[in-house]
Design a protein around this ligand. Structure first.
Ligand SMILES: [Zn+2]
Length: 203
């Protein structure tokens, strides 16, 4: 059989499945019967932030939605349907927006002129976080640049997306049905330490 560029991934998959079965023969049978994830995580698509792995979770534990810069857009039927399924069908009690320091999407959103592209259009939403940080710094007479500045925008972007989340019909309807649930959380993952920092537990 000729080798194809992704052969090694398929080999790793077979090894992974065999290792799972070796330690837990009922693993796949159990997962095939259904899922009861404990949280919905909305994270960034960045390959360095595999959210299940950094939280030490295996298959079945987290319901996950990822996009560039962990954005919650008002007109995004994709994320709305993910949230609806997670909260109305799976009854997930917690929704986490998890950003990360060193986010290329947030860095791009901070450039003076976003490119005329689909990515540029998308990142316009995160650019509101930059404006909020700029206003706050100006009001306090402080100035920041480089990574310290970008870290503030990453954090503000998480808060902004939590606010968007709290405005979505799908969340407000759920709060009417089950007051207080889902709970909303804002986290940031630090690529340099591997640790998650809690920004806010309410929205
Ligand atoms: Zn990112």
């Amino acid at each position: 059989m000729t080798s194809v560029p992704l052969d090694d991934l398929l080999r790793r998959n077979r090894d992974w499945a065999a290792a799972k079965l070796a330690t837990d023969p009922g693993f796949f049978d159990r997962l095939a019967r259904g899922q009861v994830p404990r949280a919905l995580v909305i994270g960034c698509s960045d390959s360095r932030v595999p959210i299940d792995e950094v939280l030490g979770c295996g298959p079945g534990e987290l319901f996950v939605h990822r996009n560039v810069a962990n954005i919650v857009a008002y007109n995004d039927i994709n994320i709305a349907s993910v949230i609806e399924f997670a909260t109305s069908v799976l009854h997930v009690p917690d929704v986490i927006v998890c950003g990360h320091y060193g986010c290329g999407g947030v860095r791009e959103a901070c450039t003076p002129q976003l490119h005329a592209s689909y990515l540029g259009d998308w990142l316009m939403i995160a650019a509101w976080a930059k404006r909020a940080v700029d206003q706050r710094l100006a009001a306090s007479g402080r100035s920041l640049d480089g990574e310290a500045y970008l870290r503030l925008v990453v954090e503000e972007n998480v808060r902004l997306q939590l606010t968007h989340l709290s405005h979505l019909t799908v969340i407000r309807r759920q709060w009417e049905r089950t007051p207080g649930l889902p709970r909303l959380h804002g986290w940031v993952y630090d690529l340099t330490t591997g640790l998650v920092r809690v920004l806010t537990d309410t929205a």
